[in-house]
Ligand binder design. Structure first.
Ligand SMILES: [Zn+2]
Length: 269
């Protein structure tokens, strides 16, 4: 076994209140496996407070990331959103990145909601650029619009595109803009040729591994965290890394070492 005391989960939500009863055990599991950093994804102002509490409990293991998740941003009232942006700017010195931000055009969103999401994305790109912070991108069914906004903003700080399950050409568009592509448990469900060839061909310097815990669990037989119902923990990065290793004729350890090195570079950890 290589020295594994160096692995990083590119994206998860350890402060999620659904994990309250499991958090201490999950942290213990991370320590046993050798996962030393958990890069968080911000959701809304309450979540940022929870992240600060969890960080106080578990120290450097927790890498706080604050931002307004697109589904929240798309439905928040103007006054609530403006107050959130003020709070975000105040709290940003306690974070290492801004996110998760982007666009989520799933479901019957009307054009008003989409427009609010786009404005929220632009606003947060400007805040991240001002702070010199990388971002964590959440983009679902909205890649052309997200790429258009990123190009228009001339955003230079990079970051990661989380939960990627698309094809190679699209991944390359983000890589050209300075983003790494983050693979999570979605790749365990997607067996399409386009996704598999993307995961085989993305340059190693631009591929990272995430759990997105407690959401997006691996299929039941691959779960590592025991009885948590439909939830799971950061240990799922091992399962994702095994799948990627098979596709890239590598080993899970090599995949995680490379991912973690990339994350240290991107988030200056
Ligand atoms: Zn997430």
């Amino acid at each position: 076994m290589p020295n594994v005391s160096r692995w990083i989960d590119a994206h998860c939500h350890l402060a999620d209140s659904r994990l309250d009863q499991y958090r201490a055990a999950l942290v213990e599991q991370c320590r046993t496996i050798g996962i030393t950093r958990l890069i968080q994804g911000g959701v809304d102002p309450d979540d940022w407070d929870r992240q600060l509490n969890v960080r106080a409990d578990f120290g450097d293991l927790i890498v706080p990331v604050f931002g307004a998740y697109p589904i929240w941003a798309g439905t928040a009232e103007d006054a609530v959103f403006s107050a959130a942006m003020l709070k975000l700017e105040q709290l940003l010195p306690h974070a290492r990145a801004l996110g998760e931000v982007g666009l989520d055009f799933r479901g019957p969103h009307d054009s008003g909601i989409r427009e609010r999401q786009s404005r929220a994305f632009e606003k947060q790109l400007a805040i991240a650029a001002g702070a010199g912070f990388p971002i964590i991108l959440h983009v679902v069914h909205a890649h052309p619009e997200a790429l258009r906004i990123l190009r228009k903003a001339k955003f230079k700080e990079g970051g990661i595109l989380h939960g990627y399950t698309g094809h190679l050409e699209q991944a390359k568009e983000y890589i050209d803009l300075g983003f790494a592509v983050s693979a999570g448990c979605g790749i365990l469900r997607g067996t399409g040729h386009a996704l598999r060839s993307a995961m085989t061909a993305i340059p190693s310097d631009f591929l990272v591994i995430e759990s997105d815990a407690p959401d997006q669990p691996p299929p039941l037989h691959l779960r590592k965290a025991g009885a948590m119902g439909d939830l799971h923990g950061p240990a799922s990065i091992l399962v994702v890394a095994s799948e990627i290793a098979e596709l890239r004729s590598s080993t899970p350890e090599e995949v995680l070492d490379r991912s973690s090195a990339n994350l240290r570079r991107i988030f200056r950890l």
